[in-house]
Design a protein around this ligand. Structure first.
Ligand code: ADP
Length: 483
């Protein structure tokens, strides 16, 4: 009997680590396909052909020539990432031949023309999935976030019901909103512009199109799947997502255990692992030396590796720096974002130069060194779909201090009296998300750190957590099969 053909899945996304990354979406799209392939599926990732994407691919060849992509010629290139993910890239220089942030211009404003560009990208995605472009069709089109949201609408409009569609919402705050005038460029049936389709308070939402026309919707943690069905957490989508509750589920993200491996990390000074955690101390000393922080500090060295935005609650943390220093703690921050938050941390570093270090920017290797050298990481998010930095932190024995929301609720075990007694805790959570509760979480963290045996156990619990993809990949595989 011939072997059964594996399910083939087409991921449609705007980012993929290590080709192009602005946040957690890229990490997921870079790592999940490899984990799914281990479960016996075939996964291909369709990406916009940004210069970095095309330059980063190996073994490239032309997959298809396109007569018209948004009015001009283009082609689809196939190749592989350095990590072995199979990629199709839409090589259409009139749409994607620019460097820098894919969505924001140099002034931090939304890039002009994004609606037309990602609509064209999504239309091509639907045609690839159906086999209209290229030689094969796919069983499932798995769209990620608003940039890919319209692909489900294009598939529905084609009348094809064979290809099943999934939309994963990585962050409901990014809704892909465009003026209604874009409609005539989309080449979709006019009745798709309505409350059950693309229409969103008089505008068009690409994310809403994905919600409306996909067979199933996932988001990246079970708690966030519930939060987005509420009026408060739903950011305008709550009612629609409640109505879709039967086709909505939360599957936790993991991290790539090869990219994040303290036992074999070329970026860090001293290797360590759950079995031999002591190497962490050498990494802390190295980090203090590099950042010119006082090595005699008695408290924990905290880190922040993040977009500096109010979503991440870092405006609240900026008010706590004096308190952290007063208790003998230190802070090493890496990130960029809102200038008010950047400036508040820069002022704190100027005030306490031997205790607080602030690096404004994006630096992947430095993020590894911070995770390896810090004792604890702050993630005081107001909402957090899943969060990856707490997973990286635990893998590196760095204790997460987090808001009890979304995926932070699902992945961190608070050091409550019961969890301490049963020795299972991995971090500190606080709720509701406000300055007062953050303050008490920081105070609690100092107290835990002061008892060496407790802290050592928490670090060892973190190092022992399974933060990889295997369990979640199996959940996605079962979901594809159920469709
Ligand atoms: P986001 O909401 O930004 O996607 P996540 O926690 O899901 O947040 O993922 C953020 C990813 O980006 C993590 O891999 C984190 O290490 C990384 N990251 C964030 N800011 C920086 C930075 N300034 N430098 C290096 N890596 C960063």
């Amino acid at each position: 009997m011939p072997a059964k053909k594996p399910f083939s899945i087409l991921f449609v996304a705007s980012e993929c680590f290590p080709l192009i990354k602005t946040g957690g979406l890229a990490d997921v799209v870079g790592a999940l396909p490899l984990a799914l392939e281990k479960t016996g599926l075939e996964v291909t990732v369709f990406l916009p052909g940004f210069p970095k994407v095309i330059a980063g691919l190996k073994n490239t060849r032309t997959y298809a020539n396109l007569k018209s992509v948004a009015g001009q010629k283009g082609k689809i290139i196939t190749g592989e990432t350095a990590t072995g993910v199979t990629v199709l890239a839409l090589d259409a220089p009139h749409l994607f031949d620019f460097d820098g942030n894919p969505y924001l211009d140099a002034n931090g404003q939304d890039r002009a023309g994004s609606g037309e560009k990602f609509a064209a990208f999504s239309k091509i995605a639907a045609e690839i999935a159906r086999g209209e472009i290229g030689r094969k069709s796919f069983d499932v089109l798995h769209a990620h976030d608003w940039q890919a949201g319209l692909s489900a609408a294009y598939l529905r409009a084609s009348g094809d019901t064979r290809v099943k569609t999934i939309l994963t919402i990585h962050n409901l705050a990014f809704q892909g909103l465009f003026p209604k005038s874009l409609l005539h460029n989309l080449a979709l049936p006019t009745d798709y512009y309505g409350p059950d389709g693309l229409e969103y308070f008089g505008q068009i939402s690409f994310l809403k199109a994905g919600v409306a026309y996909s067979d199933h919707i996932t988001t990246v943690s079970p708690t966030y799947a519930l939060e987005i069905q509420s009026d408060e957490g739903g950011m305008g989508f709550g009612g629609m997502l409640r109505a879709k509750a039967g086709a909505l589920s939360g599957i936790l993200n993991g991290i790539d255990l090869d990219v994040w491996d303290p036992a074999h990390d070329p970026e860090i000074k001293q290797a360590f692992s759950a079995k031999s955690p002591d190497g962490k101390t050498a990494n802390k000393r190295e980090l203090q030396k590099f950042l010119k922080l006082r090595p005699e500090a008695t408290g924990p060295l905290f880190t922040v590796i993040s977009r500096l935005t109010t979503q991440k609650g870092l405006d609240l943390l900026a008010n706590m720096t004096d308190y952290i220093v007063a208790r003998g703690g230190q802070l090493a921050l890496l990130g960029s974002g809102d200038s008010a938050i950047e400036n508040a941390f820069i002022a704190a570093a100027n005030k306490h130069p031997t205790e607080i270090s602030v690096t404004i920017g994006y630096d992947e290797p430095f993020a590894h060194r911070l995770q390896a050298g810090a004792d604890a990481i702050f993630i005081p998010s107001r909402f957090e779909p899943c969060g990856l930095t707490q997973l990286c932190a635990m893998r590196y024995g760095t204790v997460p201090v987090v808001g009890r929301v979304g995926g932070l609720n699902d992945t961190v075990i608070d050091a409550s009296p019961m969890a301490l007694a049963s020795e299972v805790c991995t971090g500190v959570q606080f709720s509701p998300i406000n300055g007062h509760m953050l303050y008490s979480a920081i105070s609690r963290t100092f107290d835990l750190y002061a008892t060496a045996s407790i802290w050592k156990k928490m670090v060892s619990n973190c190092l022992g957590q399974d933060v990889g993809w295997d369990a979640s990949a199996a959940e996605y595989r079962d979901l594809y099969a159920s469709l």
